[in-house]
Design a protein around this ligand. Structure first.
Ligand SMILES: [Zn+2]
Length: 342
């Protein structure tokens, strides 16, 4: 399979995030990039570097002012001698606070909904490269027999047009889906990261040309908390084109693949021109998220079933965090998807 990546993706590597009343290890470490790259190289996939030449494809989905903010925020942060080494917001607007400020801390809070998106000097080049990997991946998708894996990292599916959220800054899968919709007319997104794709859902909420389906832990139990319920089905022209399949804690292969089949049936009914798979291995039994208990065999079966759909397909990496098993999950999924081995 053709795999797209860019070395700048490793430049964003904050060590910690503030959660549960303390600093904890940041889940999205740059080491994930090296693990994924090692696996695809060892397994003989064709590996290509994305050219960083499509900034306009990012603002097709994201608010240009937000993108400019992301590009410049760390330089503004460094001008404050008393500030710490990592830009983290400590204030956010709530429902009744609706005026966008220009002061640095105020603006940082305006564009983020939590402390989960620490920003360092390398953040912009890394998230820009990750988005360009998705865009170039979409450009290289031509036919059902030539799927492409966009090895995105940092991930993207929690990012809204003007909001960073849950270690995501730019919505790589949504940017790619927008790109594919231009060429293929209609696109289906299937997201099997353990967390709901709240950003992707929002971006295509009223769109008649993009179906969004998601299999994830019930948002009543886990992040992203504020979206991902089964009764969220889209609005306006997009009504009926959003399918959420929330599942309980400790969901196993059988129940998870059952939900995948429901999403697959909906996708077949929609009959899209192209498919985007937002793949997250944080549903795995050995993932530090410890939410579902999906095995290597479960991911392989998902790979087979998704490939059997037979659409031109872009795989986009979302979550899946550091454990000795991480590389194995990617290897199993890609091998099954690529070869449809029994
Ligand atoms: Zn996740």
């Amino acid at each position: 399979m053709l795999v797209i990546h860019h070395p700048d993706q490793a430049l964003h590597d904050p060590e910690e995030v503030f959660r549960t009343g303390k600093f904890i290890a940041q889940p999205d470490r740059a080491e994930r990039y090296s693990i994924f790259l090692d696996i695809v190289t060892q397994d003989g996939h064709e590996v290509a570097t994305a050219p960083l030449n499509r900034p306009e494809a990012i603002v097709a989905v994201h608010d240009p002012a937000y993108v400019e903010f992301l590009k410049t925020v760390y330089a503004r942060w460094k001008e404050q001698p008393e500030y710490g080494p990592v830009a983290i917001p400590n204030v956010h607007p709530t429902h009744r606070m609706f005026r966008k400020p220009t002061e640095l801390l105020g603006e940082l809070g305006w564009y983020s909904n939590s402390t989960s998106c620490p920003i360092t000097e390398g953040t912009w080049p890394a998230i820009f490269a990750s988005a360009q990997v998705a865009i170039h991946g979409a450009e290289r998708v031509t036919s059902p027999d030539k799927p492409v894996y966009a090895m995105c990292r940092p991930p993207g599916h929690h990012a809204y047009p003007d909001l960073m959220s849950g270690v995501c800054f730019l919505n790589n899968a949504a940017i790619a889906a927008e790109e594919l919709a231009k060429r293929f007319g209609t696109v289906a997104v299937i997201d099997f990261d353990v967390h709901h794709c709240n950003g992707t859902q929002f971006i295509f909420w009223t769109r008649p040309d993009v179906l969004v389906t998601s299999i994830h832990v019930d948002p009543r139990l886990s992040a992203p908390y504020y979206a991902g319920h089964a009764d969220e089905i889209g609005e306006g022209m997009g009504k009926g084109l959003n399918l959420n399949l929330p599942l309980p804690w400790a969901t196993d292969d059988r129940a998870w693949l059952g939900a995948l089949d429901i999403a697959i049936a909906r996708i077949r009914q929609f009959a899209p021109g192209a498919l985007v798979v937002s793949q997250g291995f944080d549903a795995a039994e050995n993932d530090p998220c410890k939410t579902f208990v999906i095995t290597e065999a479960g991911f392989a079966e998902a790979g087979r079933r998704l490939r059997a759909l037979g659409y031109p397909t872009l795989l986009v990496q979302e979550g899946g965090y550091l454990s000795p098993s991480l590389g194995g999950y990617l290897r199993s999924f890609l091998a099954a998807f690529d070869r449809m081995l029994a």
